[in-house]
Write a protein that binds this ligand. Structure first.
Ligand code: ADP
Ligand code: MG
Ligand code: MG
Length: 885
């Protein structure tokens, strides 16, 4: 028969799947001989069975009774005893800590009889009746969904009748009356009396914890955090200990190091004469943990030594909850503590110094996401006013601007603005692009605002539910702000501040830029050390997507060892647009070749600069990719200009010619139209000009004593024949440029057909580079610009995918094409170099995938190069370690 209940003496910290985090850690502390009140854990398996069938699995209740008897023996008290009752807490605890689920019910087992016994036994009637009223309140709320306000109203009434301001001032008689009133509330809302039978209370509470797994907020949270929906929660049943038994009692929370900065030394708060909940609720003023040394030196000493042992055991920062009952210390919870990204780096390095963990493990304790967070500019919170409100941190960054309430105002604004909306929809796109940041009052991490902002790398805070937006004002915390008022939003914490908060550049970025030295700064030294180890471990190289010498130089400072993608289209913009126009409008070979001749020296100069910046490192130049009509004015604009001219009876001239060209070139589906290699095959001389410019630039660099390493990359190939044709032409051009170094020619793999026929293509290509953006578009049949705003939020909500496939590689679909192409390509050409140059190259989860798929490098935007380096190192470093996320 399946076993559903584990005594705290039976488990250990590695049983989180079965016992949940809280239960596994309570068992571990028990195993270590620490003072944990006796108790047991009902497994996640029991929860899953309950949720499947709607009833408690067979045998569970008998097991619970059995373990309860063991507890009674150990405590020398009986559950339900009227004279000296054993009381219990029932605590939920899933594998991952999760807001939105039922939390904890304290003092289970109290009833009309035992409340009197407890009062007598503890010689404290007030305490007993206060515990009872808390039980009815918590039980009513969490087990029977009685609205909290119903109880709150009675409590307020009791205070005003007694003429006191705070709950602790209520006396025994008043609390007795309150219990009476609470019972009435309970009956009104549930149609039944508050259960007097202790076992019934216990079983109802356990079932309520099970059910809370499927609470709406819990489901939403799991979806956002990508926690599987089918894990279930465990339930911990534990003997109560009381921190509210007078001045020799109290309760506290503590960390073994500072979770904000990682600094060594214990941190915590202690509250005398209080129960667990009160410390966090901030009802009364807690004192710093250090003061416990004066209040109760013995307990303080014991606590410090326990914390030290916990750190040794877990080899990581731990946080704890404890209670002191009449001078006796009890441990109520521990876990590997959450921490800020900065603390994660600092602590990992400290633990290496202390000999607790290896560098390999340290690398597993930090993540690319954390490094990314450290690279955003942030608000100087020491100079910030208290936040107006806090919402869902949907897209990181720190942005300041004037409030605008609609998209048009954002577009029209000349100063930085924050777009404030109840929620956004596709019509808001222009405004979202124009704004510094986006603030909404509705929706979570999968709302339209959140998805689009993340796609654009723009700061976004959403779901600030306290925010009331009506017409041209927003009201929050009793304050009304109008259009034009300045606010500051923090997409990393979700905080919204009034006025302009000073933004400070990231110290980590300044370190990478070479502006700050790591020495002497705990965070920067930790980053330096872990990055060095990552580079040492990594098998993947990290290149950068950089189109100009300036970008490439920065990428190099950030640790890129090559340019994986130089887009040549920007070289056709600005003044050079005229030349492209001439190329497009050319009516014969002579006119076309004249236009190309004019472009050649300009391109050559660009390449020379770039090769100089990346001297000694590979630079992969992609031949022109976008449809040529992108270089002409938009159809609407030309139509208007021509119509205007005609209305005035003037000859539209050049505009007329352009309009004809634009109409001729108009495509229903430009993404799938005349672009990439297709352009090279259709427009004579275009690719040849670019190849010549690359070769001449390289020759010039060689002549100047440099070491240029250009590579030529052909975009959008779907058939080997396309590449063969381009290759033949390129080879003859290269052969005609004296002094050029050998230049490799390869292709992007971004059309599904290319991935599937990679074997054939590898016969002609010396390297592959996956263009995962186009590959994702074409594999899913999504046009990114159209779908992200239109329906990705809905798709994420429905769980069709848990993250946008443009943000993180879709392993099952797109990833399968990548793996297939790698395999088929290398089967034909074992030394084929393979990289990826889509934005996925800088996404931590995707980097891990590319490592596993056997790629040689990832290429990403310069800013993400350090993140990719770190993740490349983590992927390669085999050591197992706990993940501190
Ligand atoms: P959360 O996960 O929200 O922290 P907990 O299960 O830890 O919920 O419980 C909430 C509070 O109740 C904590 O402060 C905890 O210390 C306290 N608590 C839980 N069980 C007991 C107990 N057996 N005796 C005294 N206090 C308890
Ligand atoms: Mg807790
Ligand atoms: Mg592409």
């Amino acid at each position: 028969m399946t076993r559903y209940v584990y005594d705290f003496t039976d488990g250990n910290k590695d049983l989180k799947d079965l016992l949940g985090g809280k239960g596994a850690n309570l068992a571990e502390m028990t195993l270590m001989g620490l003072p944990v009140p006796p108790g047991f854990t009902v497994t996640t398996e029991a929860c899953r069975a309950y949720l499947r069938t709607g009833t408690m699995p067979a045998g569970l209740l008998t097991e619970v009774q059995h373990h309860l008897r063991l507890m009674q023996n150990r405590m020398g008290k009986t559950f339900g005893d009227a004279a000296d009752p054993l009381l219990l807490s029932v605590r939920s605890g899933a594998k991952f800590s999760m807001p939105g689920m039922m939390e904890t019910i304290l003092d289970i087992g109290l009833n009309d009889a035992s409340v009197v016994g407890l009062g007598r036994q503890s010689a404290d009637q007030r305490f007993a009746w206060d515990s009872y009223r808390r039980l009815i309140q918590m039980f009513g709320k969490t087990v029977f969904d009685v609205p909290g306000e119903a109880f709150e109203e009675e409590l307020t009434a009791a205070r005003s009748i007694a003429g006191v301001a705070t709950d602790p001032e209520l006396g025994t008689t008043q609390l007795q009356d309150l219990v009476h009133a609470y019972k009435k509330v309970f009956h009104q809302h549930t149609g039944r009396d508050f259960p007097q039978a202790p076992h019934e209370q216990l079983f109802l509470a356990i079932a309520a914890v099970f059910r809370s797994w499927n609470a709406e907020r819990a489901i939403l949270y799991r979806r956002q955090e990508r926690i599987p929906q089918d894990l279930g929660t465990a339930v911990n049943v534990m003997a109560m200990v009381f921190g509210n038994r007078g001045e020799n009692s109290g309760t506290g929370v503590a960390f073994t190091r500072d979770p904000a900065t990682g600094r060594r030394g214990v941190y915590g708060d202690y509250l005398r004469n209080a129960q667990g909940e009160d410390v966090v609720a901030g009802i009364r003023n807690a004192v710093p943990l250090a003061e416990l040394a004066a209040i109760d030196p013995a307990s303080h000493r014991q606590l410090l030594s326990i914390m030290q042992r916990l750190e040794q055991r877990y080899r990581d920062l731990c946080d704890i909850e404890f209670t002191i009952e009449n001078g006796r210390l009890w441990m109520l919870q521990t876990r590997v503590g959450k921490r800020t990204p900065a603390a994660a780096f600092v602590i990992a390095a400290q633990l290496v110094d202390e000999g607790r963990i290896t560098l390999h493990e340290a690398l597993q304790r930090v993540t690319g996401e954390q490094l990314a967070q450290l690279m955003f500019p942030s608000f100087d919170t020491t100079a910030a006013p208290p936040p107006l409100t806090t919402g869902v941190p949907a897209s990181p960054g720190a942005s300041v601007g004037a409030i605008v309430f609609d998209s048009a105002a954002a577009v029209a604004a000349t100063e930085p603005v924050i777009l404030v909306r109840r929620e956004t929809n596709p019509d808001d796109l222009p405004g979202m692009i124009a704004a510094q940041g986006i603030l909404t009052s509705r929706g979570g991490k999968t709302s339209h605002a959140a998805v689009v902002a993340r796609g654009m790398g723009k700061t976004c805070v959403c779901g600030t539910e306290e925010l009331r937006i009506d017409g041209d004002g927003l009201t929050v915390a009793g304050r009304t702000l109008h259009a034009g008022d300045i606010i500051s939003i923090d997409g990393t914490t979700g905080n919204v501040y009034p006025g302009s908060v000073a933004v400070r550049p990231s110290a980590v970025v300044r370190y990478f830029e070479g502006e700050l030295a790591a020495h002497g700064d705990p965070l920067l030294s930790a980053v330096e050390r872990l990055m060095a180890h990552a580079d040492h471990q990594a098998r993947l190289d990290v290149h950068a997507n950089a189109d100009t010498a300036v970008d490439a130089t920065r990428a190099r400072r950030f640790g890129a060892t090559g340019v994986g993608l130089c887009r040549t289209e920007h070289m056709f913009l600005g003044d050079r647009r005229r030349l492209v126009e001439r190329l497009i409008l050319a009516e014969d070979d002579a006119a076309r070749s004249e236009a190309l001749q004019a472009l050649l020296p300009l391109q050559r100069a660009d390449f020379e600069e770039l090769f100089a910046a990346m001297d000694g490192l590979p630079v992969t130049v992609r031949l022109i990719d976008p449809p040529l009509h992108e270089f002409l004015p938009p159809l609407e604009e030309l139509t208007a200009r021509v119509a205007h001219a005609e209305a005035l009876g003037v000859d539209p001239g050049h505009d007329g010619t352009l309009l004809t060209a634009v109409r001729r070139m108009h495509e229903q589906n430009p993404m799938l139209g005349l672009r990439g290699v297709r352009l090279g095959l259709v427009i004579p001389g275009l690719f040849a000009m670019q190849v010549r410019a690359i070769a001449q630039a390289a020759a010039a660099r060689v002549a100047a004593g440099g070491d240029p390493q250009p590579e030529i990359m052909v975009p959008l190939v779907g058939a080997v024949q396309e590449l063969e044709t381009v290759r033949a032409e390129a080879e003859s051009v290269l052969a005609s440029v004296p002094g050029a170094p050998p230049i490799r020619l390869g292709t992007m793999i971004e059309v599904p057909r290319a991935a599937l026929t990679a074997g054939q293509i590898a016969g002609v290509a010396e390297f592959f580079s996956f263009g995962t953006n186009d590959l994702t578009q074409m594999t899913w049949g999504f046009s990114r610009d159209d779908v992200e705003g239109a329906f990705f939020g809905r798709y994420l909500e429905l769980g069709i995918f848990s993250v946008s496939p443009f943000e993180s590689i879709d392993r099952d679909g797109v990833g399968e094409l990548v793996s297939t192409a790698v395999q088929r390509g290398r089967a034909i050409r074992p030394d084929l170099t393979i990289g990826v140059c889509g934005e996925h190259g800088g996404d931590p989860a995707s980097v891990r995938f590319f490592h596993d798929a056997g790629l040689d490098y990832v290429s990403c935007s310069p800013f993400r190069v350090p993140i990719a380096r770190l993740e490349a190192g983590r992927a390669a470093s085999a050591a197992a370690g706990s993940d501190s996320r």
